[in-house]
Design a binder for this molecule. Structure first.
Ligand SMILES: Cc1ncc(COP(=O)(O)O)c(C=O)c1O
Length: 367
């Protein structure tokens, strides 16, 4: 098959899956030793490795199941009152939009979405963001957009929030492994990112970083044994459950080291995505979601109406046709009444995968 959607759920190397199975077997073999003696130290070790990977101090970061959980933990921990405005961008991930709406609905606040026009041609949207932030209660901003795979100027966006004194949560769901991430240096208030996408950790591996003054007020997804203790313990003590995903972090980092490092893979992937986009743009005459400097190993383009009708139904049908007839898996997402097709490039991809996509789209267009 041609698997061009690493971005949605990542892919876990077999050696890491095997290590996760080994950890599960260890848990079942002697659960008391595992949960009571082994787990706390092993969790701290995994979290410290993640902190090192993303440029954070170990004391400022906890593991969470996914970016959605990270966003929810932050939004549920802040005081939101009637009339408050929660600011985000129009590209916000739908689940994140929902968590903002849920918080707003229960407190009489509102969610304001600043429109990020796509294709992104200039910085005018940053001025709109600047204005929308005046008097806002909190901002939730994407580091990398979902449907369109755009790497946004997060430092400039955080600087605007600082200027207006608005606390900012960065949704960096895609950033770890995709970008050379230095979380602490960004100077946000909170940052959440997934390890199960571009770091290829087992599903359910993500982190939440918080600036020191905000850590004590963060409520974990589940209040358990560690209530009232250090914030990291409260987030890592979630009752009896399978922690093997989090404990597989050392194995996934060993995997990257064994094949030359994440940075080298990133260079390869960025280059492949860029070649693939040139191929598709030349072959289809399509417009990219943003300039090359706003892309990494994902890139999106506007799908012509001659290939699929720009409706949710049109996107589902094209997605099924590409899979069933051509064995191509690629996300096609409706956004503002148009369809965006996003490619990803990971080490298992080759230029031929994108050639296959191009021929399939040309064939469908001609039908
Ligand atoms: C920008 C963005 N935020 C949040 C998420 C949610 O990630 P998860 O399902 O791992 O919580 C995604 C998933 O693709 C995303 O692209």
């Amino acid at each position: 098959m041609h698997f061009l959607n690493h971005g949605s759920f990542g892919a876990t190397p077999l050696v890491v899956q095997e290590e996760q199975s080994r950890i599960r077997a260890q848990m079942e073999a002697q659960p008391i030793r595992f949960f009571v003696r082994h787990l706390p130290g092993a969790l701290s070790h995994s979290a410290a490795l993640v902190a090192e990977l993303v440029g954070a101090r170990p004391e400022d970061l906890v593991l969470v199941d996914n970016a959605t959980a990270g966003v929810n933990a932050v939004l549920r921990s802040i005081q939101v009152g009637e009339g408050d405005r929660l600011v985000t961008l129009s590209h916000v991930y739908p689940a994140v939009r929902n968590s903002m709406r849920a918080i707003a609905a229960r407190s009489g606040a509102s969610v304001v979405e600043v429109r990020l026009p796509c294709p992104v041609l200039d910085d005018a949207w940053l001025e709109e963001l600047d204005q929308a932030l005046v008097g806002a209660r909190v901002a939730v901003l994407d580091h990398v957009t979902s449907a369109t795979g755009l790497v946004l100027p997060i430092q400039a966006m955080i600087a605007l929030c600082r200027k207006h004194g608005v606390p900012v949560l960065v949704d960096g769901a895609h950033a770890p492994g995709l970008l050379p991430l230095q979380v602490q240096a960004l100077g946000a208030d909170w940052y959440t990112g997934n390890l199960h996408k571009w770091v290829c950790a087992p599903k359910g591996t993500a982190f939440l970083w918080a600036a020191p003054p905000l850590q004590g007020s963060l409520q974990p997804p589940v209040v358990g044994h560690a209530y009232g203790q250090d914030w990291r313990q409260t987030f890592h003590t979630l009752g009896t459950r399978d922690y093997s995903n989090w404990l597989s972090v050392p194995a996934v980092l060993d995997f990257w080291r064994s094949i030359g490092g994440l940075e080298r893979a990133r260079e390869h992937n960025d280059d492949l995505a860029s070649q693939a986009m040139s191929l598709l743009q030349d072959g289809l005459g399509v417009q990219a979601a943003g300039p090359q400097q706003m892309r990494a190993a994902m890139a999106a383009f506007l799908l012509p109406q001659s290939i699929a009708s720009a409706t949710p139904q049109g996107s589902l049908e094209l997605n099924d046709l590409l899979w069933e007839k051509y064995r191509i898996e690629v996300p096609i997402t409706p956004h503002e009444g148009r369809l965006w097709l996003r490619i990803s490039a990971q080490l298992y991809n080759e230029l031929d995968d994108y050639r296959a996509l191009l021929s399939a789209l040309v064939a469908i267009q001609g039908e």
